[in-house]
Design a protein around this ligand. Structure first.
Ligand SMILES: *Cc1c(COP(=O)(O)O)cnc(C)c1O
Length: 564
């Protein structure tokens, strides 16, 4: 597929530091990247004139090895670029730390069964024109120090806009998926500068309104400390003054360059990724009008083979019209259960092959997989190991997975703590921690477990998406009321809540609720009232999957944010 095919008809550019499209391409770390990939896949299905821009991340995020004590060992995670991408014969210069760095690009095309196609541009500095240090700038996703990160963000934001222009695109909306790409606004300010003869002061050269009209910003971070910030002396050292310092400080904050503020101040449309997240963000950034577009997942990517067959039989057209899931109640219960057991057997075989843990097909299986970081509280289920063993002995098996960022010591300790308790309970409860969580493993987990557990500290979960993947496979959620689950939860119908609607968590109460509902509601239903259990599985599809998909989400972006 040649790029010229796209240049004339593409008007929306979607910028993201990570884009996860397929497990063999190591260009993502977690939720943010997979959301970006799912967004572009739905855009292809819906024939939206979009293009994705990201970095190539030749060495990936990292490959996770876990030693017998649960200590994380990180390895570079290169991937076969030539197998998936096509080199584009163009390069653009960017000045970083006073040096010219050349940025080239690779092309990937998402091709939908509907005939829709979406190009993705992967920026790359690893070319002979650059010095050895500059060549490494597009190697590691979220690697290196602050300088490395700022340079990467400059390549993405500034380099991305330049590359699109070099390739002949005429972009009408720039969508920043999180603050990593906010520097693109500075490039646009320069691009649309008014000639000094036409205005009566130097300040009016900068056409902030024009740039605002072009930009859309999605924030994903409900905690103050999570927003990308760079000291201005570093910014000046690396970037010089892309716009005058007084203007930059006005747009990005006085003390440090805050990438979220910069994006906010230059975007006409700003949104959070769930209704709750909108509320939290508005409080964190008073004075900004923040909207909500709740996340989703790409149906065709996240439905397992057995459920694909089932949906094809009973709900033809589901993949491109997920609203059809509303009729999943028509699927006979036995066939829902058969499809689930097929997915479950394939997961259990996989777990046993990797770990030798001898999991059973018929035992209630809890899945918990996400980034290992303290606020996600992977160990809440372990807070009273004795009680867990009493409830679960012979009746529960648990599968964990998740990487911890190399610099997240708290996250690494959490994995070790789970290993400790797993060891302590080993004669009474089967628990495994699978190494190197990725998209392929996520597919197996979200479709093969009986329940998807999620218990982060509130209100830190902007949305969460793995639970949505579970619902596409008829797997109910058991989760705290934060992010998307506030919108998807109907107690006892689509799944269960842990804790109350209050905005902050009460850890004691959460643990109590977790154990109580598991022992007294969830396990009895699963083992003794299978008919009702399967109805809950159907509800997960009809009431959750029909809404929490990227088709619905992309349509919202089009009507709320892109066409204005
Ligand atoms: C879906 C997914 C995530 C995001 O899950 P959350 O529930 O948002 O934490 C992270 N990693 C992988 C590999 C995934 O597939």
């Amino acid at each position: 597929m040649e790029l010229e095919f796209f240049t004339k008809n593409t008007s929306i550019a979607y910028f993201s530091m990570e884009i996860g499209i397929r497990p063999e391409m190591h260009t993502y770390s977690g939720g943010l990247g997979i959301l970006a990939g799912d967004t572009l896949k739905s855009a292809a299905d819906l024939r939206i004139p979009m293009i994705g821009i990201t970095l190539i991340h030749r060495m990936g995020y990292f490959k996770q090895e876990l030693d017998p004590f649960g200590r994380q060992i990180e390895h570079p995670d290169p991937w076969d670029i030539g197998e998936f991408l096509k080199k584009i014969d163009k390069k653009i210069p960017i000045t970083l730390e006073g040096k010219t760095v050349y940025v080239t690009a690779w092309l990937y095309v998402i091709e939908s069964t509907t005939g829709g196609k979406i190009p993705i541009i992967f920026l790359d500095t690893d070319i002979p024109e650059n010095d050895p240090e500059s060549r490494t700038l597009t190697h590691f996703l979220y690697g290196g120090d602050l300088t490395y990160r700022l340079k990467q963000e400059a390549i993405l934001g500034i380099g991305g806009v330049r590359m699109l222009e070099e390739l002949g695109f005429e972009i009408r909306k720039y969508h920043m998926n999180e603050g990593h790409s906010s520097l693109l606004t500075l490039e646009l300010l320069n691009k649309f500068k008014k000639p000094i003869e036409e205005v009566w002061s130097d300040e009016l050269v900068w056409d902030v309104e024009k740039v605002k009209n072009l930009c859309v910003f999605t924030t994903h971070t409900p905690v103050e400390a999570g927003h990308d910030r760079f000291p201005y002396d570093l910014v000046q050292k690396i970037l010089g003054e892309p716009v005058p310092m007084w203007l930059l400080k006005k747009l990005a904050g006085d003390g440090m360059l805050n990438m979220t503020l910069l994006g906010f101040n230059l975007s006409e449309y700003i949104n959070g990724v769930s209704k709750k997240h909108e509320e939290v963000s508005e409080r964190m950034f008073p004075g900004y009008e923040i909207h909500a577009i709740t996340n989703g997942v790409h149906p065709y990517t996240w439905v397992s083979e057995p459920f694909k067959n089932l949906y094809n039989k009973y709900l033809p057209g589901w993949a491109n019209e997920p609203e059809i899931f509303v009729r999943a109640w028509r699927i006979p219960s036995e066939e829902i259960w058969d499809a689930h057991m097929q997915a479950k057997r394939s997961l259990i075989d996989y777990v046993n092959r990797i770990t030798g843990a001898n999991f059973n097909y018929d035992t209630f299986t809890i899945g918990f997989a996400r980034r290992a970081t303290p606020y996600k509280r992977a160990d809440l289920l372990m807070s009273d190991p004795e009680r867990l063993a009493i409830i679960g002995e012979g009746r529960v098996q648990i599968i964990y997975a998740g990487k911890s960022h190399p610099k997240d010591e708290g996250g690494k300790k959490l994995i070790q703590r789970i290993f400790e308790i797993k060891e302590r309970l080993k004669d009474r409860l089967k628990i495994v921690y699978l190494p190197n969580y990725d998209m392929a493993m996520a597919m197996k987990l979200v479709s093969g477990v009986d329940i998807w557990l999620n218990n982060p500290l509130k209100p830190y979960e902007a949305s969460g998406t793995s639970g949505m993947k579970a619902t596409h496979n008829g797997v109910p959620n058991f989760s705290v009321l934060d992010g998307w689950w506030i919108e998807g939860w109907i107690e006892g119908y689509t799944g269960w809540a842990i804790g109350t609607m209050e905005e902050t968590s009460d850890p004691k109460r959460d643990a109590e609720d977790l154990y109580f509902k598991l022992a007294n509601e969830i396990l009895p239903l699963f083992y003794e009232k299978r008919e009702i259990w399967i109805k809950i599985m159907k509800n997960a599809i009809t009431m959750n999957a029909y809404y929490f998909n990227t088709h619905r989400m992309v349509r919202f972006y089009v009507t709320e944010a892109y066409i204005r």
